[in-house]
Design a protein around this ligand. Structure first.
Ligand code: GLU
Length: 493
């Protein structure tokens, strides 16, 4: 079966931090484009100048690249259908608004904002849905043209059909039928000559030859308007796919700003820019996002390549998806275990650098196999690996006193361990482990007690990667120095 190449686009507004929702649309867009041998496009929808935030566009581009979702066309790389920033496409929208006015599908509206507001208040009082009352819809076109020519300020409104129904087909929900009398004459072009989303997105999707529009289900409300606009131009419709909403982690209610700050307090985030800092990997994040609205098996661990192989829009689901950060941890940890040692070492290095630890590459390569199984996020490498690189460790004196023994007995264990290890030419784990185990036998103490003291002495902490393998990496001299130091601490207690 041959598949038609899809052209998909993510069309974020640069109005704040790049959110999971944008990443999810982009991921599905990317998968569909790659699956079908098509193109994935980034378009910046920046026509709401008041809401534009400086730096937000760059953050989107950086976020997509971090996720590995390279777009084929976009504002910074151009493409056949550019410009890809809507504020640079004003004339295109104005031209299209004129087409609709000329074919009777739209009209200029001269109503002043205060009159519109009054109408709205009255409608609310009557418990009606606020909508335009149609004053300028009834204007004689010649009269309207004259007023435009006189320089009066105006918007262009879409002339919604008033009778009958609009049937709009969503790929996941099927036909959605709306009575036209429920619909409103929405503004397409604002008084400043810039388009609203309704006009700009429809025109661009057509001009950029988009075949599949994937977007959030918050657009279902104005979906009938959008298909009416497409039809008024006489264009072919793209396939419309409205993705499910995100719910709070509890599953109760839509994700809110408050949930976002609560997540941050727990060390999580819904913003892509934070993911790297928190130690998440693009692989883990993509996998997590992929399954929030894609009905493959719950626990499917997939690389991007595997996702591309399996992706179809038919397997997307309209049911809401609760944000579950434990799943993010799960996918992140799972992908960390799949990286090669060299790859993981390179990814961990910046986290050590961030802590002021200069992690030598050859040591890093040795510790990766020791700590890998313990990492949920990449920055966990500090907790499990910083002691490898430090000149000294500073164990908590209480931790050196092992369970069931007092400080004196613990000091004796540490002294014996020192003697045994100092007698070895090197501290390879094959060499150290047997005599230490023999000592455990003869001492009558448990392995937990003896190795517990040794672990705290050489790593400075109670939880660490495998002890003897770790000592081998730390090296003879440093280990002996650290044990000596622990003995001194214990003797002073
Ligand atoms: N600019 C719109 C938004 O950020 C895009 C919606 C769409 O993808 O069409 O919500």
């Amino acid at each position: 079966m041959s598949i038609k190449p899809a052209r998909t686009r993510v069309a974020p507004s640069p109005t704040g931090h790049m959110h999971l929702a944008t990443a999810r649309v982009a991921l599905y867009d990317y998968l569909l484009a790659k699956r079908t041998g098509g193109q994935f496009i980034l378009r910046i929808e920046d026509t709401d100048l008041k809401r534009t935030v400086p730096g937000a566009e760059q953050e989107i581009m950086d976020g997509l690249r971090w996720l590995g979702l390279e777009y084929d066309e976009g504002p910074d790389i151009g493409g056949k259908f550019g410009p890809y920033r809507q504020t640079e496409r004003r004339e295109i929208y104005q031209r299209h608004a004129r087409i609709l006015v000329d074919n009777g599908s739209a009209y200029p509206c001269f109503c002043a904002p205060d009159r519109l507001e009054k109408v709205r208040q009255e409608q609310m009082k009557r418990k009606e849905n606020p909508r335009y009352d149609g004053t300028c819809r009834a204007l004689d076109p010649d009269e309207a043209a004259k007023r435009m020519a006189n320089g009066e300020s105006y918007t262009i409104r879409f002339k919604m059909p008033r009778e009958g129904v609009t049937v709009a087909r969503d790929h996941l929900r099927g036909d959605i039928t709306t009575e036209n009398k429920q619909l409103n004459d929405y503004v397409l072009l604002k008084t400043d000559g810039l388009p609203t989303y309704h006009l700009a997105a429809i025109v661009d999707d057509h001009e950029m030859q988009i075949t599949h529009v994937l977007r959030g289900s918050e657009w279902l409300g104005t979906f009938p308007l959008h298909v009416n606009i497409v039809r008024a131009f006489g264009w072919e419709e793209p396939a419309w796919v409205h993705l499910s909403v995100f719910l709070k982690p509890s599953g109760k209610g839509k994700l809110s700003k408050r949930d976002t700050s609560l997540a941050m307090k727990d060390g999580y985030s819904v913003f892509i820019k934070d993911m790297n800092e928190l130690g998440y990997t693009p692989e883990g994040v993509n996998n997590w996002i992929a399954l929030m609205g894609w009905g493959v098996a719950e626990d499917d661990v997939m690389t991007i390549e595997q996702m591309i192989e399996r992706f179809t829009i038919d397997s997307l689901t309209p049911s809401p998806a609760a944000i579950n950060f434990q799943k993010l941890d799960h996918f992140n940890a799972t992908h960390i275990r799949l990286f090669t040692t060299e790859d993981l070492a390179a990814r961990l290095k910046p986290y050590f650098t961030r802590e002021g630890i200069s992690a030598d590459d050859s040591v890093l390569l040795k510790i990766v196999p020791l700590i890998r199984e313990r990492l949920v996020t990449l920055d966990d490498c500090i907790q499990f690996g910083a002691f490898f690189f430090k000149d000294e460790v500073a164990p908590n004196p209480e931790d050196l006193v092992t369970k069931g023994l007092d400080a004196k007995q613990s000091a004796e264990v540490a002294r014996r361990a020192y003697q045994i290890l100092a007698a070895q030419p090197d501290l390879s784990h094959e060499r150290c482990e047997p005599p230490m185990r023999a000592y455990v036998e003869e001492s009558g103490y448990s392995a937990g007690q003896v190795f517990g003291i040794l672990r705290v002495a050489v790593t400075g902490q109670k939880v660490s990667p495998p002890l003897f393998e770790s000592m081998e990496v730390i090296g003879r001299e440093k280990c002996l120095q650290r044990i000596k130091n622990a003995i001194e601490i214990l003797e002073k207690m």
